[in-house]
Design a protein. Structure first.
Ligand code: BEZ
Length: 210
C-alpha cells in the first residue's frame, strides 16, 4: 500500500551528491522534505532544483532539511549540477540521491507504472521531527511543482504542531488561523488570552501566533 500521512517515513541508505547518507540520520529530529525528479537533464527538473536551492534560507529558517532524488547515476548528477548552477543561477545546497537501482523510489512509491515504469513522478513527502509523514503530493512529470506551496504547508504544519491552530482555505503566513476543534473553549482561554472571534462554535478565528 502507498505511504500515507501518519506513517513513519521509511529509512534507507543511499549514494547522494553529498556522499553516502542514511536518511533518518540526515534528518535527525528536524522537519524534512524528500522529493523526486523524473530524470536528469530534463528541463522542468532543472528549474525545480534551481528554485529549491534558491529557497535554501527559507527551508533553513523553518528548520527543514531537504533531500532530492533522481534515478540516475552519481557521475551523471555531478555533471547535471554544473548545468543547474549555470542556467538557474544557484548551486545545489542539499543532497540529491543517485537512485540508479530505484530502491528508494520503489520504497516511497515514487514510480507510478501507468505514467512511466522507468522514471519517477514528481513526489513530495514532508516529514515531521517524529519521522512521520505529514504531507504527500504527486505531480505529473510535465508539471513543475510550486515550492511556495510546499513552504506554505510547512508553515501550517508547524503552527499546528506548536499552537494547536489550523489554517483556512488559501491561508498565507501572517493571516488569521483557526483554533483546532480538539481545543475546548476553557483551554482556548489559556492558550489565546486575547480571545478569538467565534463565527460559529466550531469556527473560532485568532490572529496567527508568532
Ligand atoms: C522535465 O523534467 O522537463 C520532464 C521530465 C519528464 C517528462 C516531461 C518533462
Amino acid at each position: 500500500m502507498a505511504l500515507q500521512i501518519g506513517d513513519i517515513a521509511p529509512d534507507f541508505e543511499a549514494d547522494t551528491t553529498e556522499g553516502r547518507l542514511r536518511f533518518h540520520d540526515y534528518i535527525d529530529g528536524s522537519w524534512a522534505v524528500l522529493f523526486s525528479h523524473p530524470k536528469n537533464y530534463t528541463p522542468v527538473c532543472t528549474t525545480e532544483l534551481g528554485a529549491t536551492a534558491k529557497l535554501g534560507d527559507e527551508f533553513a529558517k523553518r528548520g527543514v532539511k531537504v533531500m532530492g532524488l533522481s534515478v540516475d547515476a552519481i557521475d551523471n548528477h555531478d555533471r547535471w549540477l554544473k548545468d543547474i548552477e549555470e542556467t538557474q543561477g544557484a548551486a545545489l545546497n542539499f543532497p540529491l540521491i543517485a537512485d540508479f537501482d530505484r530502491k528508494v523510489a520503489t520504497l516511497y512509491g515514487m514510480i507510478h507504472p501507468n505514467a512511466s515504469d522507468s522514471m519517477t513522478v514528481r513526489s513530495v513527502f514532508v516529514i515531521g521531527p517524529d519521522k512521520k509523514i505529514k504531507l504527500t503530493m504527486n505531480y505529473p512529470a510535465s508539471t513543475g511543482r510550486n515550492f511556495d506551496e510546499i513552504l506554505r504547508v510547512i508553515d501550517s504544519l508547524q503552527l499546528t504542531a506548536k499552537h494547536q491552530v489550523a489554517t483556512p482555505v488559501n491561508w498565507k503566513r501572517g493571516e488569521d488561523v483557526i483554533i483546532v476543534p480538539a481545543v475546548t473553549n476553557e483551554e482556548a482561554k489559556t492558550k489565546f488570552p486575547d480571545g478569538w472571534k467565534e463565527v460559529r462554535p466550531y469556527l473560532r478565528i485568532v490572529p496567527q501566533p508568532k
